[in-house]
Design a protein around this ligand. Structure first.
Ligand code: K1U
Ligand code: ZN
Length: 173
């Protein structure tokens, strides 16, 4: 079988990153092909997660793999948080759409999420640690929110200026 196509990842401050994703109506061949492409794109970029929004596909679909071996993919379709702990912790985050920028974001320490898997089966995921952080980060993407929006306006503007400059320079080369 041929390798799945790699998808271009939108880069902040691309306005398409602020699109609110729609519910996936059916887990069919179209969605399964999109899952394969998103997993290949996430592994190729060395990410631990990827939301459909980041590849300009505006439906509620996330892929994640937080395993050391990079062999334990998790697919969440139409994810909904059923419970989130009041206990929160600030941790360092990165984002494939905000290359080279890492900063602290406060998130719930544990969450319970309901979603469909790649076969369309409903399941719940109890997550803590980096998995809980990653799911919350990716679910924000589906709502059109990028992690830099948790930072101060000054930091966000500096990041925007830096990335726009880098994008202009890359276009010139
Ligand atoms: O959404 C994305 O762009 C993926 C993002 C997921 C993520 C990483 C860290 C915290 C929250 C969410 C990444 O994979 S960024 C690259 C990365 O592998 C990484 C960066 C910092 C810490 C751990 C991993
Ligand atoms: Zn991200």
């Amino acid at each position: 079988m041929s390798k799945p196509e790699l998808l271009p990842i939108l880069c902040f401050p691309d306005p398409r990153l602020h699109t609110v994703a729609k519910h996936v109506a059916a887990v069919d061949a179209r969605i399964q092909q999109q899952i394969e492409r998103m997993l290949a794109t996430m592994y190729d970029a060395n990410g631990i997660g990827l939301a459909a929004t980041q590849v300009d596909f505006h439906e509620r679909l996330i892929v994640i793999d937080v395993s050391e071996e990079r062999n334990t993919p998790l697919v969440l379709i139409n994810p909904e948080v059923e419970w989130a702990s009041d206990e929160k912790r600030k941790g360092e985050e990165g984002c494939l759409s905000v290359p080279g920028i890492y900063d602290g974001v406060e998130r719930s320490v544990s969450i319970k999420v309901r979603a469909l898997d790649e076969k369309g089966q409903s399941r719940t995921v109890d997550a803590e640690g980096i998995l809980a952080v990653c799911i919350q980060h990716e679910m924000d993407h589906l709502m059109g929110k990028v992690f830099v929006e948790y930072l101060s306006p000054l930091k966000r503007d500096r990041i925007k200026t830096k990335l726009l400059k880098a994008q202009r320079e890359a276009e010139r080369d």
